[in-house]
Structure formats: structure tokens, C-alpha cells
Ligand binder design. Structure first.
Ligand code: HEM
Length: 398
């Protein structure tokens, strides 16, 4: 079906959120305006926005779209990204460079490798809950639990030695708390220096952990490259997983019927994790690209050099892809959400993230049956429009 495109309407982007769990309220009007609309960024730039799930599925695998933020026309949606334009990570690379680096990480994220991590993840979750229970409530579930746990899982994956993990956690928490502050920048420099030494000390020594394997198999990689990849895993993986743990728990606590359903039938948990991922789609802004070839969509030409935004949270509520999209349905089937993106840049660690969420939600429900929010959800401080969906803190008690 071809829908009309109103190339002259424009909406401001990003849009402020008013609820910690829902996409910005303004997204409904944007969806109604058509499948391909114009949005205006903070600097006045006008770019395209795709509002239909089916179109985004097609475009996200189209080599005519580039993820390279340094390319002219790439939508810079917040001044913060202006400074980070030249910073190259997996997320900002195109093939063949992207394929080269991603291929090196793939062996550590296969379904088999992830399954083999289950026991370790269960142990890390158990230890983190022990620590949480030893604290005096109310506790901020993000700083006091979720961010530490998601950090630990990544250190474990990388192979950071046990005795160094406490210091590593401390630094990554400083970085996570305020990445742009002088303390956050200093923490990042300390992490880089630490990983640099770690990589050097282990050159070709063993083949147990991700870093070791990269040292061995990534013979073509410089030490800088190795360190950059390790830091990148930490930076992309820790905050996302921590927010998803916290917001997922908050949604369950606010919906006792869902919680009861999960208690009665724990086999629903894997589906529940995907439904929460869809419903919350915290990495709303990950689907940003620039056209490097002309692309036609609904009779409209997206010209090479023009920016394209595919807002993952808006697409996760597309009624054509998800019947009754604003309802959390633990039995939903065919849940092809964009919480982990789609196409060549889809989240490399999505299996691990799912495992971590599944084990964490399950263990929290079982071990802390009296867990509840310590403030009304209307008082939660919502993160800035240009950030990932989330709250600054999630006070809980039990
Ligand atoms: C619930 C937790 C997580 C969420 C919601 C999430 C979300 C995402 C999304 C949406 C993308 C795609 C970006 C795009 O479309 O351009 C992505 C990519 C990526 N994620 Fe995750 N992520 C999570 C956990 C993790 C973890 C735990 C790690 C590392 C251990 C990780 C590492 C990465 C990396 C390296 C990429 C870049 C892949 C590429 O560009 O080829 N993520 N993630």
C-alpha cells in the first residue's frame, strides 16, 4: 500500500518524554503524519524520518544507508554527538571495515558461547542480589545493583582478573554516571590505561577470554584497536543493560498482574524479556543513518547525502507490526522488535543481554518478593530527550 508523503510537514526531533516507559507522546502525531516525514534537528537541519516498521526493516539492510557519523549529512541530533563525530567504533563503521572488526568479535557471542555463560551469569546475579540485600533500603536499583551487575558480566566476558574487578567497576561506574564530566573523562582514561596494560601483559598467553582471543586471533589489530574494542563493549553494553534491568523491573512492579503471571509460569520469562525489550526499546536513537545513494520510498526520493532517522521506539509501537502495541502481552508471538536494531549493526551481544535480563528478573522476583518502588513512578526523573530512554535513578525498597 502506498501512503501519501507530506514532505513539507516538519516536527522537531528529538522529542521530550513524559513517561519513563513510553516513547515521547509526540510520536503518535508523527506516525499519523505519514510513513516518511521531515523532522528538524536542534541546528535547523531537516532530515527524513521513517515511521513504518516494514520500511525500516528494508532500509536497515540497504547498503545505500551509511552509519558513518563523519559523513556529510549524517543527522547530528544533539550537540554532544558533534564532539564524538570522529570517534570510530563498530557502530559508526560501514562495510568492509565494519565487517572486518565485527567478525573478530562474533565467536564470543555465538548462541553456544552464550549458553555456556549461563552458570556464570547466574552466579554474578546471585552475588549482586546478596550485596543488594545487605544494603539498607531504599536503594537506587541502577547504581546499587543493575549497573554493577552489567559491568561485572562484561568484565567476566573480557577476562578482567577477579582482583581487578572492583577497581574496574568503580571506574566504569564513574564513566557511566557522567560520561562528559571531568571525572567521567578521567575514568575513561584510567580504564583505557588499565586495559592497555592488560592487553600487553597477556599477549598470546591463553585463549580463555575475549581479550585473549582478540590478542591471538586479531594479529592484524594494533594494541590501540584492541583496547578500543574492549572499551566499546563496556560503553555500549553496561548502561543499556543496566537501564533495561531497572525499567523492566519497574514495569513489572507497576503491573502486578504481569508479575503474578510470571510467578505462576516462569516458562513465560524468555517471551516476557522480549516483550519488555519491545515495549521499552530504550535505544530509540540507534537507528540513525545517512543515504549514500538515492533511495526511493513511497514515491519520494531520499537523495544521497540526506539524513534518515528510524526511531526504534516509535517503530516498536507500530500497530501494523504489533497488534495492540501499547499493551504488554507476555504471550506475543513474532515479536520482531528493534530493541537491538536490525541489519549489519544489530546488537552483537543480544543473546547475552537476553540471558542476563532473564536471569536477573527471575532471581529478583524469586528472592525479593516484597520488592517495590520507593517513590511513585510519576516522581522518577526521566533522562534527557537526546539520551537513551531511562531514568536517572530507580529508588526501591523491600
Ligand atoms: C539490554 C541491553 C542492550 C540493548 C537494549 C542494546 C541495544 C543495541 C542496539 C539498538 C544496537 C544497534 C545499533 C544500530 O542499529 O546501529 C546495539 C549494537 C551494539 N551493541 Fe548492544 N545493546 C544491549 C547490550 C549490549 C551488551 C551487553 C553489549 C556488550 C557486551 C553490547 C554491545 C553492542 C555492540 C558492540 C554493538 C555494535 C554492533 C555493530 O555495530 O555491529 N550491547 N546494541
Amino acid at each position: 500500500m502506498t501512503e501519501t508523503v507530506h514532505a513539507t510537514d516538519t516536527f522537531p526531533y528529538p522529542q521530550q518524554r513524559t513517561c519513563p516507559y513510553d516513547p515521547p507522546a509526540g510520536y503518535s502525531a508523527m506516525r499519523e503524519a505519514g510513513p516518511l516525514i521531515r523532522v528538524t534537528l536542534y541546528d535547523g537541519a531537516k532530515v527524513w524520518m521513517v515511521t513504518r516498521h516494514a520500511d525500516a526493516r528494508r532500509l536497515l539492510t540497504d547498503p545505500g544507508l551509511s552509519s558513518d557519523r563523519a559523513k556529510d549529512g549524517f543527522p547530528i541530533v544533539t550537540p554532544r554527538l558533534l564532539e564524538a563525530r570522529g570517534f570510530r567504533t563498530l557502530v559508526t563503521m560501514d562495510a568492509p571495515e565494519h565487517t572486518f572488526y565485527r567478525r573478530m568479535l562474533i565467536p564470543d557471542f555465538t548462541a553456544k558461547r552464550t549458553r555456556a555463560m549461563r552458570q556464570d551469569v547466574e552466579r554474578l546475579v546471585g552475588e549482586s542480589i546478596d550485596e543488594l540485600l545487605a544494603a539498607e533500603p531504599p536503594v537506587d536499583l541502577i547504581q546499587g545493583f543493575a549497573a554493577q551487575l552489567s559491568g561485572r558480566v562484561i568484565f567476566h566476558l573480557l577476562g578482567v582478573p577477579g582482583p581487578d574487578q572492583a577497581l574496574f567497576t568503580q571506574r566504569s561506574m564513574r564513566l557511566l554516571r557522567a560520561p562528559e564530566s571531568p571525572d567521567g573523562v578521567a575514568a575513561l582514561a584510567e580504564l583505557v590505561a588499565y586495559l592497555d596494560e592488560l592487553v600487553a601483559s597477556r599477549a598470546g598467553e591463553q585463549d580463555t577470554w575475549l581479550l585473549d582471543r582478540l590478542v591471538v586471533s586479531g594479529g592484524e589489530l594494533s594494541r590501540d584497536d584492541l583496547v578500543r574494542m574492549a572499551v566499546q563493549l563496556l560503553v555500549t553494553g553496561q548502561g543499556t543493560t543496566a537501564q533495561m534491568i531497572a525499567l523492566g523491573v519497574a514495569v513489572l512492579l507497576e503491573n502486578p498482574a504481569l508479575l503474578d503471571e510470571l510467578r505462576r509460569d516462569p516458562a513465560l520469562m524468555p517471551g516476557a524479556v522480549d516483550e519488555l525489550l519491545r515495549y521499552l526499546t530504550i535505544a530509540d536513537m540507534a537507528g540513525i543513518r545517512v543515504a549514500v545513494e538515492d533511495i526511493e520510498l513511497h514515491g519520494q526520493m531520499i537523495a544521497a547525502g540526506e539524513g534518515v532517522i528510524m526511531p526504534y521506539a516509535l517503530l516498536g509501537r507500530d500497530p501494523d507490526a504489533f497488534p495492540d502495541p501499547d499493551r504488554i502481552d507476555l504471550h506475543r508471538t513474532g515479536n520482531q522488535h528493534f530493541a537491538f536494531g536490525f541489519g549489519p549493526h544489530n546488537c552483537i551481544a543480544q543473546g547475552l543481554a537476553r540471558l542476563e535480563l532473564e536471569v536477573t528478573y527471575g532471581a529478583l522476583i524469586e528472592r525479593i518478593p516484597t520488592l517495590r518502588l520507593a517513590v511513585p513512578s510519576a516522581e522518577l526523573r526521566i533522562r534527557d530527550a537526546a539520551d537513551m530512554q531511562g531514568v536517572h535513578e530507580l529508588p526501591v525498597t523491600w
